[in-house]
Design a protein around this ligand. Structure first.
Ligand SMILES: *Cc1c(COP(=O)(O)O)cnc(C)c1O
Length: 556
């Protein structure tokens, strides 16, 4: 160690280029040496550069930064973020934020909503009273039965997420996996004398407790991560190991990794039906995750049609409702539950489309996508991100299901004084405050008008880009899926992509890989900014002749 440190003694560090170990005073020296390890190489060259914020200005020596150094570093960072905020157009997050004046106070307060939102906690510095108000608001907006009532299986249950929809997807799939594999329900756990629940559950048939997951090729990467983390078999994994030659979409061809989508990016329902039937007919319980606002194309899966299709197929094979058996002899019992689960990943859509629907009925817009929420009896769970439509300065979101579908939590936690029904331990209580603040200050009328404006801005952007394409006489692959806030087109030059933070994705069409970007017509974007972008795209050289494929990923 000592030798290592000596070798790198001269690596300049921090705003004053002082060698790292020279930043140690007597108090910070332990056993005659600087506390901690010295850098093994120059961190300034180890990481990618952010030209606007030079690394040495923000490096953190053991002394910390003095007032002047701090002011300089913070000013650089602030200028960078403010510039990027001004032009931010590539992701489906609203960055027109206005919380600072009212909520700055709470940055110096702990707000931790650890444990179940409907139970008080011995951790009294929480915002659960606001969280419940937010959850009730969304339960109503999404046509669930509310308020939450632990005795009423049809009432909703939910919680405010510490991550965004990635956590909602993970939680939804975790719940779905355990539900479909026959684990005890939360309601059963509350009944006295449930010794039988300690035994392994049994279903009818060899695959009855082996769920298989389906989602489309336009699905967010968090789903792939969730099935891996939770060890859930996808139809691809199960199909290619157990039934390698039987792909029902093309006998003898390899199983697709995901369910094919239409060109607009919505799940191909006919193909989904064929795949679901293959597994349902063999007795596997079915887990379908749908997109309501797909990440790149902003496409809406037809949740209503899928739920009807999946329900009907499952009913043919007794999976619409079935028995799960627990225990032996005197302890024996069973419960009745569905053999399929429909999760809706509505990261953007669940925040936006309800208001678009209102706007349509008020004649402000012509169309809105079909229903996705608890109006549909077969929707089991859904999730939304708070930072997307609504707009919060960090990731957060809402997960919602029906109370009767909740699984028993792994363990009651006396320590926190509330049941451990959520995913995280400590839960961010500030996010509930942000959402509460936002919803308190925006009426349905306000939000319906804003939804109509965004829809109009998306149409405007689409027209402008089509006109540009026409004018340049060059196919820029400009496209907008129905009612989407995303407009996609050919990837322009790298500096334009960076200036507007445009998200890239490689889309395979007709056997060729095409490098796209998209722009999202969110509330902070203006026609003026769209015009500026279109102006830049009109300049010679804005579109390199051969756009490099696969040089970016989508997803906010
Ligand atoms: C953004 C997005 C997610 C992930 O949400 P985070 O809030 O970033 O975790 C999941 N699904 C879809 C369709 C998304 O667009």
């Amino acid at each position: 160690m000592a030798r290592e440190a000596a070798t790198h003694a001269d690596i300049p560090f921090g705003p004053e280029d002082t060698p790292w170990q020279k930043t140690f005073s007597r108090l910070r020296v332990v056993g005659g040496r600087p506390y901690g390890t010295a850098p093994s190489s120059d961190p300034r060259t180890a990481y990618l550069e952010v030209p606007e914020v030079p690394h040495h200005k923000v490096q953190l020596p053991a002394t910390g930064l003095d007032e002047e150094q701090y002011a300089e570093a913070e000013a650089l960072f602030r200028r960078h973020i403010d510039t990027q905020t001004r032009n931010f157009a590539g992701y489906q997050v609203n960055s027109a934020l206005d919380y600072e004046k009212r909520l700055g106070h709470y940055l110096n307060r702990h707000l931790n909503n650890v444990g179940d939102p409907y139970q008080s906690s011995s951790y009294t510095l929480n915002s659960k009273v606001l969280e419940r108000a937010v959850l009730d608001y969304f339960a109503s907006l999404w046509h669930a039965k509310w308020p939450h009532d632990p005795e009423d299986p049809e009432s909703y249950w939910g919680y405010v997420l510490t991550m965004g929809s990635s956590e909602g997807n993970l939680y939804g799939l975790w719940n779905a996996r355990d539900y479909l594999s026959g684990k005890p329900l939360r309601a059963q756990h509350r009944e006295p004398g449930r010794a039988a629940l300690g035994h392994a559950p049994r279903g009818d048939g060899p695959h009855a407790l082996h769920p298989v997951a389906f989602f489309s090729e336009d699905t967010h990467y968090s789903l792939t991560k969730a099935v891996r983390a939770l060890d859930i078999d996808t139809f691809h994994a199960l199909g290619s190991t157990r039934y390698p030659d039987d792909n029902p979409l093309g006998p003898g061809t390899p199983w697709p990794r995901e369910v094919p989508s239409t060109e607009d990016g919505a799940i191909d329902i006919d193909r989904l039906a064929v795949l679901v039937r293959f597994f349902a007919s063999r007795g596997y319980p079915i887990l379908v995750s749908l997109n309501y606002g797909s990440t790149f194309k902003g496409a809406y899966d037809d949740v209503e049609a899928v739920s009807r299709t999946v329900h009907d197929i499952c009913a043919e094979y007794g999976l619409d409702s079935r028995r799960v058996h627990h225990g032996d002899g005197e302890d024996a019992g069973h419960d009745e539950r569905s053999g399929f689960w429909l999760h809706v990943d509505a990261a953007l859509g669940a925040g936006y489309v309800p208001y678009l629907e209102m706007a349509r009925d008020a004649g402000l817009v012509e169309q809105a996508p079909p229903a996705f929420d608890f109006r549909l009896p077969d929707v089991h769970s859904l999730t939304m991100s708070g930072h997307k439509w609504m707009g919060t300065p960090w990731a957060c979101g809402v997960f919602m299901t029906r109370t009767g579908l909740q699984m028993a939590p792994p363990k009651a936690s006396e320590y926190i004084g509330a049941t451990d029904t959520t995913f995280a331990g400590s839960r961010n209580g500030f996010s509930s405050l942000l959402m509460w603040d936002y919803l308190a200050r925006h009426s349905y009328d306000d939000l319906a008008r804003l939804a109509a404006e965004c829809d109009g801005l998306a149409a405007y952007t689409h027209e402008r880009l089509l006109a540009l394409q026409e004018q340049l006489g060059d196919d820029l692959w400009v496209a907008r899926s129905p009612q989407s806030l995303s407009i996609r087109f050919r990837r322009p030059r790298a500096d334009i992509v960076h200036r507007y933070s445009l998200a890239s994705e490689t889309v395979h069409a007709d056997g060729t890989a095409r490098s796209y970007v998209h722009l999202y017509a969110m509330r902070h974007l203006t026609r003026q900014r769209v015009d500026e972008l279109v102006g830049e795209l009109r300049q010679p050289g804005a579109f390199p002749p051969d756009p490099p494929a696969g040089t970016g990923t989508a997803g906010a």
